[in-house]
Design a binder for this molecule. Sequence first.
Ligand code: ACO
Length: 191
Amino acid sequence: MEFPFDINQLFSERVSVLDQTLVGGRKSAGRPDLQAHIATVIDELGRASAKAQHLPAPITSASKMQSQRHQLYLLKDGESNGGRGVVVGFLKVGYKKLFLLDLQGVHIEVEPLCVLDFYIAENLQRHGYGMELFDFMLQHKNLEPVLMAYDRPSPKFLSFLAKHYCLTQSVPQVNNFVVFEGFFFNRSAAQ
Ligand code: ACO
């Protein structure tokens, strides 16, 4: 995804971790002009993700990021576009209080880290970038994918989780979240 400004000036690292402050690295702190560009990037990514998932409206935007305690991992390719860089995609996570049905069908209250939105630019999908981003997040959070919950995962994302992390056995829920069997096996060890 190309933009009419220098992506490398906004995001110093290959993967940037953004929070409510929308600061992309040392350079963009205290620079409202650069933060406006970061907001443009997030809005554009949110729109593209919603389109790819056939959602009626984006679930990710700069203003939503500013008002929610979520984290957004943004992957760039700094060498493309004549050295100005391109944005490859993003992964948004956050903690949510959920009522889930365990393996016995009993409601339990949990607050896991959830994958809320995930998008790799269309022309770059199936090149391993999604896994690079997801693995970065897992290391950063020091977490196993089976301990996470997935908000309305798309068919592509379910296929991704099965392929890379062997997550196939989901436990039926009455909400839009998907969790896999090991979520409950590993629960007491994780808490
Ligand atoms: N059709 C089916 N499976 C796909 C597709 C596709 N078009 N694209 C990726 N996958 C799955 C497959 O398992 C694929 O393995 P395969 O090529 O051997 O079949 C695997 O992902 C490839 O892994 P990566 O290359 O690491 O993944 P990628 O960079 O494509 O990122 C992602 C995966 C984020 C799901 C990407 O395909 C995408 O942006 N899709 C559109 C948006 C979307 O559906 N996002 C998930 C929303 S749900 C949520 O966020 C909770």
